[in-house]
Design a protein around this ligand. Structure first.
Ligand SMILES: Cc1ncc(COP(=O)(O)O)c(C=O)c1O
Length: 414
């Protein structure tokens, strides 16, 4: 028998095994200064393309004022206790009804963290008689929610409607025996590829099959649809989305999130979601801060328009410069390059140290071997000059990568 701590000393995990070489630079880097398109990394200014501050409101003066005043007035402790027991407030309720209206649903319930909220909502909506059918490339929070499920679960090939339909047929056969129900789960916008979930096609399948649709729209809220209500609005099927999830961690530049849908379903979540029943309520400054952000998002469509101006310039510019961006349909902009993991570290190093560009770089096992993915997140606080400079820099980097310049040297030493 092995001592648990001995075991984890030897097995560090897929990312942890590299912690000695990567910590503080490639992983756990510290971006300092005000949240903006330019921040400091290791004392030097960098152009940041890795923050999900899509609408650029993180440092809006009204946001900063509302956050500061709420913190001064209420402190971070209030309310004390879980919502259900002693932690409710008028502000929490007001935020829920305003969020519900924003995403065109009857009601909404707050969750303290998007990730845990998703896991917990999946856990409480289904029981062992039910079947979950979910997209094979779904976010970890969906995968982990599904892992708690005691009944059958089927993963359909990513965005593949034929595969989904086949699995819906299997699911129907299964629930006939168990007298259960079917829940289909997808993302609105897939956070790595930027592709949209095929909500329109999935909703159309409801005519043939009896299921409820749960959409994780973490990247879609605030960025997609005419009013920013998300990917369902973008595809004109918001009514067909039965359970809508939005996080505050991206467009809202905050923390927390919410689930929305019809009154009955939300009431059920409110009384059954274990992550909220057995955890302290969101602090008052977060709730008041979220109300301010929602007000700005609703009243200033120009933030989303500016975001899309940058997105369109960036994506069309990259395509024109010959880059492969994989058919993204959202602000999330992946740039697919060919290279090894050591080359990726050298690319990152060169970008940060010599070009002053900070972006996330994704390598195997998240993407296939031989692919280097530069994950670019445009925001409303970027400028067209930032776009132009970055495309020029990426082109130079790619030329060096193709010429083998990054493989000649050793892995960047940090
Ligand atoms: C698709 C998706 N779902 C859920 C989450 C989790 O949200 P949160 O950061 O609010 O926990 C994220 C990432 O933040 C995400 O990208």
């Amino acid at each position: 028998m092995k001592d648990l701590f001995e075991k984890i000393r030897e097995r560090r995990g897929p990312l942890g095994q590299y912690s000695k070489q990567t910590h503080g630079y490639f992983m756990f880097p510290k971006l300092e200064g005000e949240i903006d398109s330019r921040m400091k990394f290791r004392g030097k200014e960098v152009l940041t393309w890795s923050l999900n501050n899509y609408l650029g409101i993180a440092n809006h003066p009204e946001v900063r004022k509302a956050d500061a005043e709420a913190a001064a007035k209420y402190g971070l402790a209030l309310p004390m206790g879980a919502r259900m027991m002693s932690g409710d407030s008028n502000y929490h309720q007001q935020l829920e009804s305003e969020l519900a209206a924003f995403v065109m649903k009857q009601d909404a319930v707050l969750v303290n963290f998007g990730y845990q909220g998703m896991v917990s909502a999946i856990d409480c909506l289904v029981d062992r008689h039910d079947v979950i059918v979910y997209d094979a490339e779904a976010h970890a929070c969906i995968v982990d929610g599904v892992r708690l499920h005691l009944g059958k679960r089927f993963a359909y090939n990513h965005n593949d409607m034929e595969s989904l339909e086949k699995l819906l047929q299997r699911a129907e056969a299964n629930v006939k025996d168990t007298d259960g129900s079917i829940l289909v789960i997808t993302e609105g916008v897939f956070g790595m590829s930027g592709k949209q979930g095929k909500l329109k096609e999935i909703v159309a399948l409801k005519k043939k099959y009896n299921f409820r649709l749960f959409v994780d729209d973490a990247h879609g809220i605030g960025t997609m649809g005419k009013t920013g209500a998300g990917t369902g609005e973008e595809q004109d099927v918001q009514d067909g989305v039965d359970i809508y999830f939005g996080t505050f961690a991206k467009s809202f530049a905050l923390i927390g999130g919410f689930l929305a849908g019809d009154e009955n379903m939300v009431e059920y979540l409110r009384y059954n979601m274990r992550s909220q029943i057995f955890a302290k309520s969101l602090p008052m400054p977060v709730v008041v801060g979220a109300l301010k952000r929602l007000e700005l998002i609703r009243n200033h469509p120009e933030y989303k328009a500016k975001l899309w101006e940058i997105v369109n310039a960036l994506q069309s510019g990259l395509i024109k410069a010959g880059f492969e961006i994989g058919g993204t349909q959202s602000p999330v902009t992946p740039i697919y390059l060919n290279g090894t993991v050591p080359e990726a570290t050298n690319v990152t190093f060169d970008l940060r140290e010599n070009y002053g560009i900070f972006c996330s770089i994704v390598v195997y096992p998240v993407v296939p071997k031989g692919i280097i993915l530069l994950r670019i997140i445009p925001t409303a606080s970027h400028t067209l000059q930032d776009v132009e400079y970055s495309i020029k820099s990426f082109s130079e980097i790619n030329k060096k990568l193709k010429a083998g310049e990054y493989s000649r040297e050793k892995m960047a030493v940090i």
